[in-house]
Design a protein around this ligand. Structure first.
Ligand SMILES: *[C@@H]1O[C@H](CO)[C@@H](O)[C@H](O)[C@H]1NC(C)=O
Ligand SMILES: *[C@@H]1O[C@H](CO)[C@@H](O)[C@H](O)[C@H]1NC(C)=O
Length: 239
């Protein structure tokens, strides 16, 4: 039996402003795991966690000028996390961010990619990972950014929920080792071990360096200025 090996990328794009947030904890099936904390750079050896290590001391973002650069993949100079979050297909993985500034609105997008069968996610070369888009949300149902732009975006729900974001793992997904990446773009990657699942392997993914262009309608956009519909950037949703 071969495990399929995959990775998830959550992209949280904001306006053209700096922000401060990272996935501090991950929860799945009642178990809490540590994410990568930028403070780990002062520890030698750094703790082994499921979150990917990034050179991100300012807890910043990857700007549009770097969307074709490997920095967009799991963040700057990212290296694979060495542990895995165990979860069955059909369950949710909750990403607990440390914080998120109120003014930073935009879409939240989740991606998933297979990790190589040799070495798994922990041994993955991030430039070889091919992601599919699992979910994308931007404006709340029925909301437009015309009136109260702070409340129009799902980022507001995310804040109200204590900076928690749920990624639903499709029930038909094959078991195996996977990886979650959250995102300007604030990409965060977390390794998943799908311990039980269906028969569907992920195919047709693309590298995050091909996701976005600085001039895409959903990237070069005024998130404060009365949008009634958000043109999602990146590949189509995976079915
Ligand atoms: C996953 O989360 C969604 C809400 O985000 C909820 O509706 C659903 O019941 C959850 N699924 C499981 C299996 O917990
Ligand atoms: C993934 O989970 C399976 C089932 O629990 C386990 O046998 C396997 O060792 C796990 N793999 C890793 C890399 O943790």
């Amino acid at each position: 039996m071969t495990l399929s090996n995959l990775a998830v990328l959550t992209v949280l794009a904001a306006g053209h402003v700096a922000a401060h947030g990272f996935v501090q904890y991950i929860e799945a099936e009642g178990v809490q795991y540590r994410g990568y904390d930028p403070g780990f750079r002062y520890q030698d050896p750094a703790p082994r966690v499921a979150g990917w290590y990034a050179d991100n001391p300012d807890i910043g973002f990857v700007g549009p000028q770097s969307f074709a650069d490997p920095d967009i993949i799991c963040h700057k100079s990212a290296r694979p996390g060495q542990e895995y979050v165990a979860v069955r297909a059909g369950a949710n993985v909750t990403l607990q961010w440390l914080t998120w500034p109120e003014s930073h609105v935009g879409p939240i997008i989740d991606y998933l990619a297979p990790c190589p069968s040799a070495g798994g996610c922990a041994g993955a070369d991030k430039t070889q990972l091919k992601f599919v888009k699992l979910a994308q949300r931007a404006l709340k149902p029925g909301a437009t950014a015309a009136t109260d732009w702070l409340k129009a975006w799902v980022v507001d729900d995310f804040r109200q929920d204590g900076y928690r974001w749920r990624v639903h793992v499709p029930a038909n997904l094959a078991a195996g080792l996977y990886d979650v990446n959250g995102a300007q773009a604030y990409p965060q990657c977390v390794n998943l071990n799908i311990t039980a699942g269906g028969a569907t392997e992920i195919a047709g993914g693309v590298s995050p360096v091909e996701f976005y262009n600085a001039e895409d309608p959903g990237i070069h956009v005024n998130v404060y200025g009365g949008l009634t519909e958000y043109p999602f950037p990146g590949p189509p949703l995976w079915r």
